[in-house]
Ligand binder design. Sequence first.
Ligand SMILES: [Zn+2]
Length: 135
Amino acid sequence: MKTRSGALAPVGSACLEKVISCLDKVRSSGRNRWMARCPAHEDRSPSLAITETSDGVVLLKCFAGCTAHQIVNAIGLEMRDLFPGSTPARSGPSRKAVEHEQMIYRIGKALSDQGRLAGDDLQRFELAKQRLGVA
Ligand SMILES: [Zn+2]
């Protein structure tokens, strides 16, 4: 039996495990804290601090000044890999709402091409255009 994370300290969230499994010379430096070799610069001694918040978010801090963005890029991950659950942007319409407007726009466009777009349909078409930012 061999676990994927090998001899590493037990880890919490899926985010943390994913990040840590990509890093070198990981060692625990306290509760929910680890140190590792920074993948974004020539790091001889581990200078990357990894912290897991109570929300399961992984914080990366390189003492040489690399940004979290550079660090995740260097190990082939993305910023969203540091956050549990891929939470979509809270602001703006949902993807479903946008798709709905696009459908109305396509239907309205087709009716308009046939010269049959009028009344409520026309108004709704104009609204969809406005919402989608279509000129
Ligand atoms: Zn660094």
